[in-house]
Design a protein around this ligand. Structure first.
Ligand code: F6R
Length: 617
């Protein structure tokens, strides 16, 4: 939540900041602002409530001076509503210093009371302004030593924060600090960058440095220094960004979500790439962990939202192939319930962004309890992988739309690869099953493409007809159950329609009371080939709801004739083994959610109240 960018170098920073914010806007879009230091050493700022476009308009009508040192912010409001005044940057020390912030400063009321008692005044309701005013005080107390003053400030703050600061007495210097919130450095030639993630600067450089917890980065045009909060120098970890700026652009698509759904085939293919060797699934990043995998007694997968649903799908594969019991826990619940994990338990976190605070905190708790931690993540250099014992990156490419789509199919693929890798080590998966799974993996991208080519238009038309729908149910069984949950989440999230996902077997235990004539119900129908009993049960469930007037939209394998007489609409997916079906069945649901939001004229990439990366608890 909140996107942060900083620049020092020879160029006019305004354009760089605004372009960086445009790439980071997915993180929050309640308001935006920038501050720059001009050639005369004066600080200027502009900020505006609303999306970045509002700030652009503001700058066009009331330009501020050009400057080669600057910071920019796009906000997801926490403390204080999304107003001009609460937008960042926040200024202090007679408007000579500017601060931007991502996260929540938990002890801000206490600090504010202290500063108010000393006669300091505040303009906004934000916790961020408290850190700015505190920095102003410390700057005087430290005789204009900005780095020392900043260390004094960050050592007083509790909670989660990324802070960028600059002071007009120090042109050509931006300081950034992080605790439980993301910050990376971009290394240019004669210029350097800071960003919430590499999207902030990937257009200018793909050379990056990851900053650890409780560290401070000082960037100047000449170089970069990283220290801990006490001022001791530390080594930052270099990495190269594997994608270029065009991967994070719409490239002619009407929305990022449309583009990212179209990339689902590649997301799956790229996750598999380099992980099949001599007819076996081998994940090179997990080299040296065989003994651990052979010895663990249980796996707990933690994640939130869509990531937690991919974990639910993964549970079936891990239990079936690796024969290890798996619990899936919402990350935010895991941490607060005294979980029973220790050295014999592997805690897998699953996260597209690698920054979700709830998931990060669950990983830290697992580490504290002595469990081994593995991160399955899509974003290089993110915090969660860095806090984990091992990481498997998904390589699905940058996901910009707030609603997760291609990352979801990549996450399931990643979990399946893990299940086969561990199953091979534990001897629980036969060579035949392994080869069959590899064949299925190889076919998946083409099968997803088939859905996009053959069904997308029809699904979008269906969504268009349903634009006035008030409520939709989603049903599934076995691996289809998490897909029903995902279908419902995606619909609520971007089309603001009430939607619920249920396990089809649960229907008669209560939810069937919701069914009334005309209610649209999506049903994920299991493959009749692999699981005939399951298939028959779901067909019975369809009949039960149809008898009560529901309008049934079945997602079924091409060739599944049994479902035809009972469904009002059938959305076809290609044949696949039962465990692989969810990766296909979710595609129509992603398309449907997007189609319906489009039909309602909503912004599918930036739905209300949400942000892509939830870096507050
Ligand atoms: C839904 C969605 C969210 C995220 C969740 C976890 O479309 O995007 O539910 O899945 O906030 O995010 P990550 O995977 O970044 O940890």
């Amino acid at each position: 939540m909140c996107g942060i960018v900083g620049y020092v170098g020879p160029r006019d920073s305004q354009d760089i900041l605004i372009a960086g914010l445009a790439r980071l806007e997915y993180r929050g879009y309640d308001s935006a602002g920038i501050a720059v230091i001009d050639g005369d050493g004066s600080l200027h700022s502009a900020k505006k409530a609303g999306k970045l476009a509002m700030l652009r308009d503001e700058l066009a009508s009331s330009p501020i001076a050009a400057g080669t040192t600057g910071i920019g912010h796009t906000r997801w409001a926490t403390h204080g509503g999304p107003t001009d005044v609460n937008a960042h940057p926040h200024l202090a020390d007679d408007d000579k210093l500017a601060v931007i912030h991502n996260g929540i400063i938990e002890n801000f009321s206490e600090l504010k009371a202290e500063l108010l008692a000393e006669g300091y005044t505040f303009r906004s309701e934000t916790d961020t302004e408290v850190s700015a005013v505190l920095l102003g005080r410390e700057y005087s107390a430290h005789d204009g030593d900005l780095a020392a003053a900043f260390r004094a400030v960050v050592n007083r703050l509790e909670g989660a924060f990324t802070l960028l600061v600059m002071h007009q007495d120090h042109p050509g210097l931006v300081l950034g600090a992080r605790r439980n919130s993301p910050l990376v450095i971009g290394l240019g030639e004669g210029e350097n960058f800071l960003g919430s993630d590499v999207a902030a600067f990937v257009e200018h450089t793909r050379n990056a440095l990851a900053i650890g917890q409780d560290q401070i980065a000082a960037i100047t045009p000449e170089g970069v220094e990283v220290t801990d909060f006490a001022g001791n120098p530390v080594e930052a970890e270099p990495f190269e960004v594997k994608w270029d700026a065009t991967a994070a652009e719409k490239g002619g698509w009407p929305s990022f979500m449309a583009k990212e759904i179209s990339e689902e085939p590649e997301a799956v293919a790229n996750t598999i790439l380099g992980r099949v060797h001599d007819g076996k699934v081998v994940i090179p990043e997990l080299d040296g962990m065989d003994e651990l995998f052979a010895g663990i007694s249980r796996i707990v997968i933690v994640g939130a939202g869509t990531a937690a649903y991919s974990a639910l799908v993964g549970k079936y594969a891990i239990e079936q192939w690796a024969r290890i019991p798996v619990d899936v826990e919402l990350a935010h619940e895991f941490r607060y319930r005294d979980p029973l994990v220790g050295p014999d338990v592997l805690v897998i976190s699953i996260s597209q962004s690698g920054e979700t605070m709830d998931t990060l905190m669950a990983v830290k708790e697992a580490n504290r309890l002595g469990a081994k931690t593995l991160s399955i993540c899509n974003t290089q250099g993110a915090t969660i992988p860095r806090e984990s014992d091992a990481v498997v990156y998904l390589h699905a490419g940058p996901e910009v739309a707030v609603a997760s789509t291609k990352a979801f199919v990549a996450q399931i693929t990643g979990l399946y690869l893990f299940a086969l890798h561990v199953g091979r080590i534990r001897g629980t998966v036969s060579a035949e099953v392994q080869s069959e799974a590899i064949r299925e993996f190889a076919d998946l991208p083409e099968k997803i493409r088939w859905i996009l080519e053959n069904e997308q238009e029809r699904i979008e038309q269906l969504a268009h007809w349903m634009a006035d729908t008030r409520s939709v149910l989603f049903l599934g069984r076995h691996v289809g159950y998490p897909i029903a949950l995902e279908g419902a989440l995606k619909l609520k999230e971007i089309s603001y329609i009430h939607a619920e996902g249920f396990a089809a077997g649960e229907l008669k235990h209560g939810p069937i009371a919701l069914v009334e004539p005309g209610l649209p119900v999506f049903v994920v129908v299991p493959s009749p080939s692999g699981a005939p009993t399951l298939h028959a049960k779901v067909v019975s469930n369809i009949q039960e709801i149809r008898a009560r007037g529901a309008r049934v939209i079945a997602i079924a394998e091409a060739g599944d004739a049994a479902v035809l007489p009972h469904a009002d609409e059938v959305l076809r997916i290609p044949l696949a083994g039962p465990l692989f079906e969810p990766i296909l069945a979710v595609v129509p649901l992603h398309i449907f959610a997007m189609g319906l939001a489009n039909a309602k004229g909503l912004d599918v990439d930036q739905p209300r109240n949400l942000a892509k990366s939830v870096t507050v608890e």
